[in-house]
Design a protein around this ligand. Structure first.
Ligand SMILES: Nc1ncnc2c1ncn2[C@@H]1O[C@H](COP(=O)(O)OP(=O)(O)O)[C@@H](O)[C@H]1O
Ligand SMILES: [Mg+2]
Length: 388
């Protein structure tokens, strides 16, 4: 079974749109596909697919999992896998009722991974939701060829890069294992946040090669097979496509990984109409620019089918894998370090910076207005409370 996790640092870049439509395209090509909505807490795949509001989903299963209900969970899991209108495509809904993936416990995660892996299908497509929590990273690392979706804006590409950076560190932690010199070295860097931000992966690997050749060997071979794929969505201008090259270059220079450019998808105003009609764009307008991009992307996935896909962290998942929390990695400092990396490499222009400052200013203004509105509501409510 080919596992296709779909992630992004940032929300709203089209992960779910891509997950749903690529799954349909793969099913139309004759593959048996299961699409799972793991964007817990913000599940919306059923809306994109146009299936009726599900009564149960992953959340229902998780409520039973990790509470010692082994057999019960198996039944519970099978009952949440549903058929769709598309021959060959089955769907596992998420659950808006349950807290996000970030909050599920290790035991629940392991149960879920086990059940997902036991599915009988050619493709398992996972919509992972936004963020870089350790659970999201672990699901992403179920395949060496996961997809990161991004948009051409600086914030989106920045978050895509940071997601990949977190994934690489998660992978290194897994390869180093606990109680190794390599692990301790990474921990020392992590505790001194500033030095981790400055430490590029090639330099880390050089240091580890001296310290702990055995772990270095494991890490290097896993890094070599780790080839995530980038999907650039919401393109408006053909020259935006070179944003992908910038991410690729940063990944090569600073993370020591080779990412593949899976392709570009243009912004298509029909997508909103399709979504409003609860019809996937690929069915709504198969000849449209977005659908054609989806088909092209699906073809690339199909072409790489014969490659060996090495699952990276399953052994660790099974073994309980000490979770070194890397969320802090995605913090302000790391972002700033990346901006500096881009500036010094010439990949970032002042025009890009101006655009970002402008869009963030807009977001700040919006939040400020929302705050004022809420304060107004609050004081009114308090006023009414006292008088009533
Ligand atoms: N290529 C595109 N053209 C037009 N609208 C798009 C495109 N891709 C996504 N969208 C729209 O952008 C919004 C966010 O997409 P979604 O798939 O929900 O993002 P995510 O899952 O990353 O949060 C949705 O309203 C979706 O319809
Ligand atoms: Mg989504």
């Amino acid at each position: 079974m080919h596992i296709v996790p779909i992630a992004s640092g940032k929300g709203g870049v089209g992960k779910s749109m891509a997950a749903a439509n690529l799954s349909i395209a793969l099913a139309q090509a004759g593959r048996r596909v299961v699409l799972a909505d793991l964007d817990l807490g913000a599940s919306n795949l059923h809306l994109i697919l146009g299936v009726p509001s599900p009564r149960s989903g992953i959340g229902t299963f998780l409520t039973g999992a990790g509470q010692g209900g082994g057999q019960a969970s198996l039944g519970a899991f099978e009952s949440v896998v549903m058929e769709t209108d598309y021959p060959g495509l089955r769907f596992i809904p998420g659950d808006a009722e349950v807290p996000g993936l970030a909050n599920i416990r290790a035991a629940q995660k392991n149960q879920l991974v086990k059940r997902l892996l036991s599915l009988d299908a050619d493709y398992l497509v996972l919509d992972l939701g936004a963020g870089t929590g350790s659970n999201i990273l672990d699901f992403f690392l179920m395949s060496a060829r996961g997809i990161v979706v991004t948009a051409p804006t600086l914030t989106a590409t920045l978050n895509a890069y940071l997601f990949l950076k977190n994934a690489v560190f998660r992978l290194l932690y897994g390869a180093f294992g606990t109680r190794s010199r390599a692990f301790e070295y990474l921990e020392t860097l992590r505790k001194d946040g500033a030095s981790l931000q400055k430490a590029y992966v090639p330099a880390i690997l050089d240091a580890v090669k001296e310290l702990d050749p055995e772990r270095w060997q494991i890490a290097t071979s896993r890094m070599a097979s780790f080839r995530p794929r980038l999907l650039m969505n919401l393109l408006e201008d053909p020259k935006d496509a070179d944003k992908a090259l910038k991410i690729r270059r940063s990944c090569k220079d600073y993370l020591n990984i080779d990412i593949e450019h899976l392709g570009v998808l243009y912004r298509d105003e029909l997508q909103d109409i399709a979504l409003g009609s609860r019809i996937p764009i690929i069915r709504y307008k198969p000849q449209g620019i977005l659908s054609q991009g989806i088909y092209r992307t699906a073809d690339k996935l199909l072409q790489s089918e014969d490659e060996e896909d090495v699952s990276l962290s399953l052994a660790e998942l099974e073994g309980g894998f000490r979770t070194a929390e890397l969320e802090a990695e995605a913090d302000f400092g790391a972002k700033m370090a990346y901006v500096e990396e881009l500036l010094s490499s010439g990949a970032l222009t002042t025009g890009d910076l101006v655009e970002t400052v402008r869009s963030q200013q807009f977001e700040i203004d919006k939040i400020r207005r929302e705050n004022q509105f809420l304060k107004h509501k609050l004081s009114k409510a308090i006023g009414q409370g006292f008088s009533g």
